[in-house]
Write a protein that binds this ligand. Sequence first.
Ligand SMILES: *Cc1c(COP(=O)(O)O)cnc(C)c1O
Length: 375
Amino acid sequence: MDERSYKLLNPGPVTLTERVRKALSRPDMCHREPEFAALTMDVIARLSAVYPESQKDYVPVLITGSGTAAVEAMLGSLVPKTGKKTLVVANGVYGDRAAAMLKAQGKAYHTVEAKWTEGMDLAATEKALQTGEFGHVVAVHHETTTGRLNDIDSLGKLCVKYNVPLLLDAVSSFAGERIRFAEWNLEACAATANKCLHGVPGIAFVVARASAFEGKETGATSVYLDLFRYRKEQAKGWSPFTQSVHVLYALQEALKELAEAGGWEARHTRYAALSQKVREGLFALGIPTFLEDAQVYGSTLVSYRLPFGVAYEQLHDTLKEDGFIIYAGQGPFQGQIFRIANMGDLTLQDMERVLDSVKGTIKHAAEAASRGTVA
Ligand SMILES: *Cc1c(COP(=O)(O)O)cnc(C)c1O
């Protein structure tokens, strides 16, 4: 079969640069050899350097798996099985997924759920925290369901005020948005190699307060996703289980590329420019953003209303013919919206071609409608 390459506008995995792709063909390596430990230590140091303010008190712990594995390892290892409840602040698929994980782990939790088109319910969150019943807060930084960048500055203030540590799903924001560590009372955040870091899928990580592990025994609910065990061995570069060696090479290269390009802030600026181009172009074509206040979007993904008379499949298939993969709405938003992410190796020219392709689809649909036929 002919393998065609596409520009990926889905929220991970992302379009790789040739430099990162090439790293996958570096030599085979055993994960029990010192060369592997050196590679791991190097990747950990580079990950730590993405947010310099995290370097002193936090450590990245690498695991083989996707972003969900990192979130599950974070909740499974850092939330105790007994004692205080956990407060999940949700307004989308990923908040609900975090609650489902706590449920599967048999841990007591309460969810403060806002409408998915709205911001987190901070008033209800504060009310819950006032009871003193909660030992952790769990939230999602960038809620990929809609593209909203949640107001973690305000949530973090509450976590400081009530002295409750925050566990954050930062899977689609790490290296693309600002993360405040101490100011948010952040105990840990979970992320992955293949979103804003532009690596290959297969490695995820948790950046956790070093003190979360010190002098404590593991209470992890999983043998494989036990952060304590990983942390202990990774302190010297080792891993309890086989690591995804070539994916680690690719992550190392992606981290070098990020640093050379000016770090997360430069990447954020680049994303914002790409996303603004698409947003303005689609607006001119009569396609508004799904969330009314466009200010609430982060830089990595925007959700849009489907144009009148155009089904998602039709838009998706035309864009795919033209070389782009877009993303559907999840849950209740299926058939209502489409999403365009701008992480990965993308240029403003790519985005212009995306806009041309959407324009063509709308024109085709309008012509079909005026002929009284189905496009
Ligand atoms: C993508 C994503 C995940 C899940 O990542 P996988 O790599 O698909 O497991 C979790 N949370 C958020 C916010 C995401 O965007």
